[in-house]
Design a protein around this ligand. Structure first.
Ligand SMILES: [Zn+2]
Length: 116
């Protein structure tokens, strides 16, 4: 993140700018940047049970990541990345699951046809 007063690059979590001594409102910074990332992370976790949420989770993850890169530096990036990883993993797992179900159904149909 950057100092809003002098533009100096700041370490994550500092409350006073070491260059110009400006007080930094880290609470608003955190809230602003983390909104999308937190939402993405929560939806990514829920998507394991509710696969329909993977799409908004991935979309929010990308938005949160872009936002944290553009505006806030490091803040919220970890959560956004975690949301994207979980989101894409969930998509992969559900695709695998559906393939197994489809394969199992095909095998059952083939077996029942053989039995007749
Ligand atoms: Zn400053």
């Amino acid at each position: 993140m950057f100092c809003p007063k002098c533009g100096a690059q700041l370490q994550y979590g500092v409350s006073v700018c070491p260059v110009c001594n400006a007080r930094l409102n880290t609470a608003t910074v955190l809230n602003d940047s983390n909104g999308t990332a937190v939402a993405a992370f929560v939806m990514a976790l829920l998507s394991i049970a509710f696969p329909i949420l993977t799409v908004p989770a991935i979309v929010c993850g990308h938005l949160g990541l872009a936002h944290s890169r553009k505006v806030m530096g490091q803040t919220g990036q970890g959560l956004a990345v975690a949301a994207l990883v979980i989101g894409y993993l969930t998509v992969a797992l559900w695709l695998l699951f559906l393939l197994c179900v489809a394969g199992g159904c095909a095998a059952l149909v083939a077996m029942s046809q053989q039995a007749q």
